[in-house]
Design a protein around this ligand. Structure first.
Ligand code: IDP
Ligand code: MG
Length: 141
């Protein structure tokens, strides 16, 4: 079981000025931030990142949204990071997310749902490598 996961504060949350609140939430749940940066994805980058969903009907909408504005990408560390972070963010659809989860607190729709979280250790590794070089990950501080 890996202790790393990958998170994105999505363009809706950045636009709505929830970045600070979500940072606080991450730290209050005792995740260590190994790396973080503000980026704006190109449509091609978003298509590469979400390749796993390329056959879904919402792929165009999703990749347009994810390349529509700034987002914050983060590598997070905690024991059992993938499932711990999925618990903290809540269900994909904010209307089904538990009280107190990030999506319940800061998201308004299924498509624009404030945050991303990896769904497996394998994908967490791939997703971190998609956005961060080894030298950007502060592993021993
Ligand atoms: P997840 O982000 O909770 O892992 P996934 O099923 O992997 O959810 O979907 C990836 C992202 O695609 C979601 O976070 C959401 O932004 C978007 N998405 C998922 N289902 C739909 C949909 O039915 N309509 C529009 N966007 C969707
Ligand atoms: Mg997913």
């Amino acid at each position: 079981m890996s202790n790393l996961t990958f998170a994105i504060i999505k363009p809706d949350a950045v636009k709505n000025n929830y970045t600070g609140k979500i940072y606080d939430h991450i730290l209050s749940k005792k995740f260590e931030i190994l790396s973080a940066k503000l980026i704006k994805m190109t449509k091609k980058q978003a298509e590469g990142f979400y390749e796993i969903h390329s056959d879904k009907p919402f792929f165009g909408e999703l990749t347009s949204f994810m390349s529509s504005g700034k987002c914050m990408v983060l590598a997070l560390k905690k024991n059992n990071a993938v499932s711990e972070w999925r618990n903290v963010i809540g269900a994909t659809n904010p209307s089904e997310a538990d009280e107190g989860t990030i999506r319940k607190l800061y998201a308004n729709s299924l498509g624009e749902n404030a945050v991303h979280g990896s769904d497996s250790d394998e994908n967490a590794k791939k997703e971190i490598a998609f956005f961060f070089s080894d030298s950007e990950l502060i592993l021993n501080a």
